[in-house]
Write a protein that binds this ligand. Sequence first.
Ligand SMILES: [Zn+2]
Length: 493
Amino acid sequence: MYPFYADIKIEGNKLLFFEKNENFTRIKIDGRKIESDELFIYPGFRDCHGHIYSLGKIKSTIDFTSAKSFEECIEIIKKSKKTESNWITGRGWNNENWLNNDLPTREGLDKLFPNVPVYLIRVDGHCALANSKALEIAKIDSDSDNPDGGEILRFPDGSPNGILLDNAMNLVSKKIPSQSHSNKIAFIKEGMNQLAKVGIIETHDMDVHPELVKIFIGLDSKKDLKQYIKTYITAQNEEYQKYSLKRYKGNSYEIAGIKLYADGALGSKGAALEEAYSDDSDNFGIEILDYQQLLEKSILALKNDMDIAIHCIGDKANENVAKVYQKLSKYRYEREFRIEHAQILNSELPKKFSDFNITASIQPVHCISDAFMAEKRLGNRIEHSYLWKTLLENNVNILPGSDYPIESHNPLIGISAFVNRIPFESDKPWQHSEAIELEKALSLYYSPISINNLRNNFIVMDKNIFKTDKLDIDKIKNKFTLYNGFVTYNELL
Ligand SMILES: [Zn+2]
């Protein structure tokens, strides 16, 4: 859809009047007025893979995304005064951005924090560093076995070195005291505000703890949701069963399905690969759930009328899950079969995705942030990785997302990644044959809710994207968001 001008009238946050205009956009809000030929109406965006609660919480945890070394992470902790009930927790460190790419160990933390437990999650959410105090509380020592689907990394003497991968993370994270009810509500509201700010009117919230569902349903009944939210509930250990959660549809809130993890992340070498890592010759990654477990959990989900969304990064994980969906393919038009990330495929998988009606939930920004790290990990397999054009040419249904807060939730950064495919540390396109055209990228990002009811769901941005240099797409700013007839974000007046 081409951006256009309109006459808009708002009173008390509610839309009263909307009509296309030829020459400029005019917005009246409670008697105030703005008129401009540089304000363009667009459909609202969707983000089909994110974490609302974590997005809202990020401001209250220590953020290491800017750190260029482990020493800098330590400095950031020292400067912050944030502790969660006497635990020091934080997230966002990325050793791939450091001069020394080795994973850090607990030693650096132990000297400074001998008595306070510290737990720091890597940027991908699939790896964490714990200090000795945190390991002691979680009863992890030299004698501890690796849990299924996880790994406790060790020093040569067999003692844990502080790095925990995938399911091993739970051993510590479950010991961190949980947030108060009012904090939980505040984080969800903050997350929604952040999304509204960048023009998102629909989002798919992934791996949502069953305890948060009640809060969402409560907010929905008070018309306090700022997006249409489709939830995929935590199901790795059948959590949704313990809370008797079923498929559900409210006004702006829906329990659509369950979320499973087939493997870990590429950065922390947890992605499950058919052949060993190119930079680690006897490491094949972690199958958090194997084929049989995935099949059983998927069958249970179908019995509960749930759609299925499974995290798959490595080619082995994608192959396992494609096999599960193939086996269950008689349900493929009743239930949605999703693969989250679908990053490393093989030459046959795109066609299988198409044949078995498997939706690929893609985060274009992961590609431009991981490109060079992925080349190191994958060698030649890079040719079958981060496929967009190929999936589209195979008629695979693609859902766009960001995996916020792991990557920015701003859809324009995602659209720019789709179109330009230029890694963050580079100024040249990377595997540009897999980039996609602007029209297509936009049509993926526009929420169908908005396309079907534009009058009540639109955003106002400060440039016409079709008249903007492709390299400047990510600089376009959203100024105003309307969802379901109500203003959810406004910086115009
Ligand atoms: Zn995610």
